[in-house]
Design a protein around this ligand. Structure first.
Ligand code: GDP
Length: 319
């Protein structure tokens, strides 16, 4: 079945960079307005007094074609005068928020202070950036992801990643806040109405993990009649980018497409894995998870589109 014949709406569970790359392909093969992105807010944090939502911004900027493509986050051509000036005044300036990015976060903060929820503010920014795909924060409640390190140290995920450079000494990940959070406005409705649910190739532990930690989301996924298809972010036993390996090991999940399958077991119907991992397909199928083997390295939009088509066709074949 071709992707064009697929029924919509489509819901995708998203982190930041890996998800945004995939979404860019997805909106090239289906009507962008038929896609709803439910995005991790476990990385959100106050920096310099403003509310930063890294994954929501990555998804918005990428779908708007405005992301700094080299970094995968931030705005193309942004300057860094604000953080540098704050650094010169003695503030910690390890979180490199660009000036226009800063303005968006300041805007978010002001709107939140006026009483607009994060869902509404995200929607306003989406419209301002001319994006027609719906972008929903997973929750409007605090959901900070805490990384636990050897010696009992506990740090916010952004401190772990951006400040400390993602060290290898992870002993656990605390998603307690996400576990107690209510899904954001529209999240459960979108899951209920979805014809296909796609789990983007994002960090399973700290990007998709917080979304799945919300009990109501887990229930909605289990109850949904829509097929759930995940794309493995682990290729050839390593992440394509970022610290997923350290976090997976830290919580006792094997760093492989098989580990990803185990982690999502009970929630997904199918997993797309990379050609390099073809030898794992039989074992994953034996877990009751359908598999498909593809080129999953989204070096350009064409690959992302092919991957999105494959995910949609797989979902259609499972309906
Ligand atoms: P972050 O919050 O910005 O780190 O973004 P995500 O959680 O969405 O993405 C990080 C994950 O995406 C990493 O585990 C990467 O391995 C994965 N990833 C990034 N690019 C690709 C790609 O082209 N293909 C696949 N299969 N995975 C990717």
């Amino acid at each position: 079945m071709s992707a064009q014949t697929l029924s919509t709406p489509i819901v995708s569970l998203c982190g930041g960079v890996g998800a945004a790359r995939f979404l860019r392909g997805l909106v090239g093969v289906v009507e962008p307005g038929e896609v709803t992105a439910i995005v991790n807010t476990g990385d959100d944090r106050i920096f310099y007094g403003v509310h930063v939502s890294p994954d929501l911004d990555i998804v918005t900027y990428t779908l708007a074609g405005r992301v700094d493509a080299r970094k995968g986050y931030g705005l193309e051509g942004d300057s860094y005068e604000m953080v540098d000036a704050l650094g010169a005044l003695g503030h910690e300036s390890w979180f490199r928020l660009g000036d226009r990015d800063f303005a968006n976060s300041q805007h978010r903060t002001l709107r939140l202070r006026e009483g607009a929820g994060l869902g509404r503010v995200t929607d306003e920014l989406r419209q301002r950036y001319g994006v027609s795909t719906r972008i929903l924060p997973m929750s409007e409640d605090p959901c900070a992801t805490i990384v636990e390190l050897e010696g009992g140290r506990r740090v916010h995920f952004e401190e772990y990643l951006a400040r400390d450079g993602a060290p290898d000494e992870v002993t656990g990940v605390d998603l307690g806040e996400a576990r107690r959070a209510r899904p954001g406005p529209g999240v459960l409705d979108a899951l209920r109405d979805a014809q296909a649910i796609l789990i983007c190739p994002s960090n399973p532990i700290v990007s998709i993990g917080p979304i799945l930690a919300m009990p109501e989301v887990r229930d909605a996924l289990k109850r949904s009649r829509a097929p759930v298809v995940a794309i493995s972010p682990i290729v050839g036993g390593a992440p394509v980018k970022g610290p997923a390996d350290r976090l997976m090991r830290g919580v006792g999940v094997e760093v492989s497409a098989r580990g990803v399958a185990e982690f999502y077991r009970g929630l997904i119907d199918a997993l797309i894995l990379d050609e390099r991992d073809a030898d794992l397909a039989a074992e994953i199928e034996a877990m009751g998870i359908r598999t498909q083997v593809r080129d999953t390295i989204m070096g350009d939009v064409a690959v992302a589109q092919q991957l999105a088509k494959a995910a949609l066709s797989l979902a259609a074949s499972l309906r």
